[in-house]
Design a protein around this ligand. Structure first.
Ligand code: ZN
Length: 145
């Protein structure tokens, strides 16, 4: 197995639902997201996946989904309230409390595989890990195995 990793930064707001602490307040991060793709072998060019394709297909889709948006758990009452006021796509309801851990798992298990299928990427190439940094010193890591 061989892998490649590319990083990307998005800005997004969130708050943690049913949480006692500062993170229950709406606030934002410059999330640094590192995606690792692996494959059992290289393609004829000697690549797992083209870094340009990762940027232009996968991270462009991530930008469209989350960049400069507010991620709120669908069960958070603020989610429906803000979505009713802001009908410009600012609010992104997510099916989980938007912790870095849940974000990493959803990106690795659901979002990136779907985008890769739509982009027609080689089916032997799969997400192996997603790291979501909320700050320079704090990150969550999802890994496939
Ligand atoms: Zn936060």
């Amino acid at each position: 197995m061989i892998s490649v990793t590319r990083e990307h930064v998005i800005a997004a707001a969130h708050r943690l639902y049913d949480y006692d602490g500062r993170c229950e307040r709406l606030h934002g991060h410059n999330y640094r997201i590192a995606l690792t793709l692996d494959a059992p072998g290289l393609d004829p060019l000697g690549m797992v996946a083209d870094f340009t394709v990762i940027k232009k297909a996968l991270f462009a889709a991530l930008d469209e989904e989350w960049d400069h948006r507010t991620l709120l758990y669908v069960k958070d009452p603020l989610c429906a309230q803000l979505a009713a006021i802001l009908d410009d796509g600012s609010i992104r309801p997510v099916p989980f409390n938007p912790t870095a851990e849940n974000m990493a798992a959803w990106l690795g298990e659901t979002f990136f595989p779907a985008v890769m299928r739509r982009a027609g990427m080689d089916a032997r190439v799969r997400p192996a890990a997603v790291r979501v940094h909320e700050t320079d010193g704090s990150c969550a890591l999802w890994s496939r195995d």
